[in-house]
Write a protein that binds this ligand. Sequence first.
Ligand code: M6R
Length: 536
Amino acid sequence: MCGIFGIVTDAEQPLGPILTDAARRLTYRGYDSVGAATISGGTIDLRKDAGRVDDVAEKYDFSEMTGSRGITRLRWATFGTPSQVNAQPHLDSDGDLVGAHNGNVVNNVELRQAFMAEGMTVRSENDGESCVHAVERYLDRGLDFIPAIQNAYQDLEGDYAFVIGRINDDKLYAFKKGSGLVVGIGEGFTCVSSDLPSILPLTRQVIRLEDGEIVTLRADQVELHSVKDGSLIDRQPEVITETMASVQKEGYEHFMLKEIHEQPVVAGELLHRLAGDQPLVRQIVDGIAKARNVYFIGCGTSYHACLAGAVYAAQLAGRAVIPVMAPQFAPQYGNAVQPGDVGVFVSQSGETKDVLNALEVAQARGMTCFSMANVIGSTLTRKTEAWLPLVCGYEISVPATKTFTNQVISFLYLAARLGGVEDLDFGQLPGLMAETIRITDPQVQALVPKLNTWENLYCLGYGATFPFALEGALKLKEITYSHCEGMLSTEFKHGPLSAVTDGFPVLFVAGPEDVPLIISGINEVTCRGGEAIAIG
Ligand code: M6R
C-alpha cells in the first residue's frame, strides 16, 4: 500500500524530524525504501535509500534537513527493484521539481520511453518518477501548475496519488486518483497524507480529497480544483473528534469488518506486486518445479492456505505437494527431508514459533526454504532464502481475513505459473471480490439470527473448497465462541450426519465443479429436517 506525506510551513525550520515521524506512522502500510526531500528557497535536499525508516533516517541524517516544504515517501517496490535510485521522492530533469506518488501508473514503461525520447533525464525505473516528468512536460511548455497537473492526469494511467513541489515557490500540489489522500490544516502549516491516522497527531482539522481533485497547499490556506476543468471546489474542513482507534476503523464497527472490506484492495496490490516481481516469482516457481518433495507449512489459517495451495499445485500444475501443520512437520517428516526438497513456510506474522521451529528442522536437513509473510523484517522473512510479501498492511484483527485471502491468491498465482496456465484472468479478481462482498452482505445479515442460537455447527466442503470449509469453521469458532467443525462433505454421512435434528444448520461451501456432489450432501441434511446453507 505504501504512503506519502507532504507538509508546507510558514517559516524555514527543521523538517527532517517531522518527516521521519510521519514516515514512521505510515510504516504499517508496508515498504522497502524510504525517502525525504525538503525545499528551501532555490534548493532541494533529497535523501533516500532502500531500508527501514530509522536506519535510512540515521544513515542520511534526516534530522539535519530543513526547509519550508517537505515530502516523505515509503515505497514498496513494484516498478524497479528496491534501491536508492528507485526510492522516492524523485527529481525532474533539471532538479527543480521534486515529487512522490503512491499507487500504480500502469503505462509507466511507455511513458519512460516517451520522456527519454523528449530529452528528459530519467534516472530510475520507478513510476513515481513518471508522475514528476508528466508534470515537468507541461510546465516546460509554459503551463501553470494546475493546468500542468490536468494534462499530466491525461497521460498517467492507473490508480495513484501524488504530491509535488518546485523550488522558489511557496506551495506543494497533490492530486488524487484511486489512492487515498487527506489534507490536514494546522497552526502555521498544512499537510497532505495517504491516510488520516498519520495526520491526526499534527492536526484534527482535515479535508478528505475525492478522486479527480487537485489540492494546492500553502502554509495558511488550501485550495481544491477539479482536474477535469480546473474549476474551484468549495469544501470546508471537518474536525475529527473520534479517538485514534475509531479513526483507524474508518467507520466500521470493528477492525475485522474493516479488514474484510479491504480484501479487494489488498488483492489488487498483491497482484500488481507479483506482476512486478517476476524474478522472485520465477525463483520460487523454479524451486518448486525442480524439487524432489515439496512441503507447504503453516499453522491455523495459514495452514488452511497451505491446503488450498496444495490443491492448486496439483490441479493446475500436476505437482503433488505435502501440506503440513507446522508442529507436525518435525515428528512426521523430520527424518524424510533431504537436500533437494523445498518448503514454503506461510505465516501472517512471520513470528509463529511453531513455524520457526519447523523451519529450523527443515534447514538443518538441507531443505531449500521459501516463505510467504505479511510482516516485513519478521524472523521468517529474514531466515528464508526468498519470501513473498502478502502486501496487506497491518492486520489488526486477530482473526485473519485479508492475509488468508492474499496467501490463497499467492498460491493460486504460483500454481498457475508452475503449470504454465495462461488463461486465468487475475485482473478480474479484485472487482469480483468487491462485488461479492457487496451482494452477500444482506444475505449474511439475514443468516445471523438463524445461526446464533446454535452452539454446534458444521461447515462442509469438497475438493478445492475443502480448505475453505476448514477456515470457515475456524472463523466461526474463533468469533462466536461456539463449536463448529469443518469437514469434507463426503465424510459427513459416515457418522456426523446423526447430529442433524430439526432445523439444525449445516453450511456447505461449493465450487462449480462439485455442485452435484454438494447437492446430494444437502439432500442428506434436509431430508432429516436440517437446514442447509450453501455458499457457492
Ligand atoms: O501469524 P501466523 O499466520 O503464523 O499465525 C498462525 C495462526 O495463529 C493464525 O493463522 C490464526 O489461526 C488466525 N489468526 C486465526 O484467524
